[in-house]
Design a protein around this ligand. Sequence first.
Ligand code: NAP
Length: 259
Amino acid sequence: MDLGINGRKGIVCAASRGLGRGCAEALAVAGVDLVICARGREALEATAADLRAAGVAVTAVAADITTEAGRAAVLAAAGPQVDILVTNAGGPPPGLWSDWDREDFIKALDANMLTPIALIQAVLPGMMARGWGRVVNITSVSVKAPVGVLGLSNSARAGLTGFVAGTARQVAGKGVTINNLLPGIHATDRAVALDQGVVKAKGISYEAAQAERMATIPAGRYGTPEEFGAACAFLCSQHAGFIVGQNILLDGGATNLSM
Ligand code: NAP
């Protein structure tokens, strides 16, 4: 399917690895010129070089997107025309409700709620003026089914979800859509880190921890960054203009919901 976005300009945050990279790859194949960021320069530059093989322009900005300076650097590299924004950042660490103090919450809110909101606020005026825009936020399955050990993530994602619910409906009339993609377990470094958390908490082997988590997924496996990226690219496509303010689960059926 031609996604109808060849020649568009996009930003994909936190894109040197994992789900962000999957989104950047799918958008590059669809012909979108990209600005991508991550903190580690080496992996980021390698990803940018891979993406350029699709024939698009890719600017790599080594920056922490959760800082004001990082966001400014990414937005400056993108310039005035941003047609597509994919927000993403590393997820907060797991733990118990009693582990976290105010600073931990502020850090999680900054990374997974206030950063995407700031980026959305920065690009919306231009998108609305041009009459076309697509924003996809990478959030989490925890929005629909909070994960016990991910209290920081549950809190921050819920805040972003609330902001998007109202904002998406305020800007849809200007040709701009905002939606959230909710990953369940995907085979990325993040999933490995969470599996290792289970190893530590339960004193079982890594293989046993992985098998335990896979057994919770009706599809019987972890999702891939490629599948995730394809869904993201469709939401960013010309064909997705009527999908507004949705929270779309990609979890292999793990969350047992009918709506
Ligand atoms: P990942 O494999 O660990 O990759 C994270 C990517 O983000 C890397 O490119 C990393 O590069 C970059 N990054 C992290 N923090 C950053 C920051 N502050 N500024 C700029 N770049 C940053 O993670 P993932 O699995 O793709 O997860 C992406 C998001 O989805 C996370 O928020 C995660 O919580 C959420 N999620 C993932 C899963 C899953 O199963 N994978 C499930 C639910 C939710 P640098 O480290 O070099 O900055």
